[in-house]
Design a protein around this ligand. Structure first.
Ligand code: DGL
Length: 280
């Protein structure tokens, strides 16, 4: 582990990305799309997923451990590709980390405010994210007149982690959760959990085509790119063959994670290594 004094960041250093499981891969996918030269290190906390039903203190402790783990690679920035961790731990992470931290909530709130016509915005997320009211705060700051309708969807994450992306069970649960949002005249719905883009088709079917779905991943990757550019940290040179461009770490079930990751990111992920994250 590097000490504060010798922690130097340069454009060639990798970017750290983390989530409680596979959800953050939807953000990683967007980062690869927008800044393909970057080296990325992904950590999925597969042993401790889901975060969305845990307390702020627990999620903050987990997030701090992961940031320490990612910093041990000399990363130049860290993307918290998890709404729940962003909602619970952002302030602590920004205070403690040696590198800039990018979250997914501020970019998601920004996107929704740009997209909505009638100012009526829905948010679906984990119980902990909804309970934190963080989306609410950011949206109201950007548009004090916005009407916000929130709904926690705790079963979505286990359904996604089980691979039931297109399944009658997921359809049924989505109808139960979302029907009350349909009656509230929202024209925009934030997918406020990075797992949810994987069931976007189901959510879209239930909500109908008049409701725009906002996936914060695009705006997050854009924010990341702009921040790196401003600090002169964008990696200019393309990857060379054999270079370890994307590395994946998990806290459990590496094989299962690898299978999932390969169906989300089309880059032939060859390995995912297990880490004892409690050591960090
Ligand atoms: N994907 C995460 C999020 O964006 C966490 C889901 C969970 O672990 O409950 O909130």
């Amino acid at each position: 582990m590097t000490t504060d004094r010798d922690y130097r960041i340069d454009a060639d250093a990798p970017i750290g990305v983390f989530d409680s499981g596979v959800g953050g891969l939807t953000v990683l996918r967007e980062i690869i799309q927008q800044i393909p030269n970057e080296r990325l290190i992904y950590f999925g906390d597969t042993a401790r997923v889901p975060y969305g039903s845990k307390s702020k203190e627990t999620v903050t402790r987990y997030s701090r451990q992961i940031v320490r783990f990612l910093e041990s690679f000399g990363v130049k920035t860290i993307v918290v590709a998890c709404n729940t961790a962003s909602a619970c731990a952002l302030e602590e992470l920004e205070r403690e980390s040696r590198v800039p931290i990018i979250d997914v909530i501020r970019p998601g709130a920004r996107s929704a405010c740009q997209v909505t016509h009638n100012g009526r915005i829905g948010i679906i997320a984990t119980e902990t994210t909804i309970g934190s009211q963080v989306y609410n705060r950011y949206i109201t700051r950007l548009n004090p007149k916005a009407t916000i309708v929130e709904k926690a969807c705790p079963l979505f994450v286990p359904l996604v982690e089980e691979g039931l992306w297109e399944d009658p069970v997921t359809d049924e649960i989505a109808r139960r959760y979302l029907t009350e949002l349909i009656d509230r005249d929202i024209d925009t719905l934030i997918l406020g959990c990075t797992h949810y883009p994987l069931i976007r088709a189901t959510v879209g079917r239930v909500m109908g085509e008049k409701v725009r779905l906002v996936n914060p991943a695009y705006e997050t990757a854009k924010t990341l790119k702009e921040m790196l550019k401003e600090r002169d940290l964008l990696r200019g040179r393309p990857h060379v063959l054999g270079e370890d461009q994307y590395r994946f770490y998990v806290s459990d079930e590496a094989e299962k994670f690898k299978r999932f990751a390969n169906s989300i990111i089309k880059y032939g992920i060859l390995s995912a290594k297990i880490v004892n994250i409690e050591e960090y």
